[in-house]
Design a protein around this ligand. Sequence first.
Ligand code: BEZ
Length: 222
Amino acid sequence: MQQTVEEIIVPIFPRIGAKAPEFEAQTTHGQLKLSDYRGSWLVLFSHPADFTPVCTTEFIAFSEIAMELKKRNTDLLGLSIDSVYSHIAWVRNIEETFDVKIPFPVIADLDKRVASAYGMIMPGESKTETSRCVYVIDPDGIIRAMIYYPLTTGRNVQEIVRLIDALQTTDKHRVATPANWKPGEAVILPPPVTQEMAEERMENAGRDCAAWYFCKRTIGKN
Ligand code: BEZ
């Protein structure tokens, strides 16, 4: 079977720790650039298509966390391979049908330029729709986290709020966060990288260390 050009050329997609690809795009709030978000955290997320049920539940869920994110200096920006007219009609329909206002802009990525730069299209799943991708971009424009979900599974938006809390806590206190961590719970000290540091950690850390590589501390809520 002959391969298509897209299949032969191995695309290089963004990775955690890399600069997020710059873009300028038409959105439901007018023309926007990634650099407009410099100084704020950004949750850039794609959905497969307008006027589909799982995406509708996600848009309602994202609108419900928009204020929580704002308190964390974090903006939301949606995207799909649909026209701005389709986005406008869908957002209006969500308001009429579910009484929910969508407060964030949505990119109309008809030429797939942004979706291609970020690797939002998973050809094994669909060549014409973006999968459910989330990119957390920090105030310096660095990709700090990526989440990918398939077409058929709606995302858990509270996990996105938790992820922002964890990243901001890491930046502020130079710590890591354990499984299922929530603000207010103990955080993890990055493991020591020399034998001397390991011994010092065990001598000084007292009962907060279960082992030389496993030390926690409390920092209180952000
Ligand atoms: C949905 O949003 O309902 C949906 C979109 C694409 C494939 C399956 C479900």
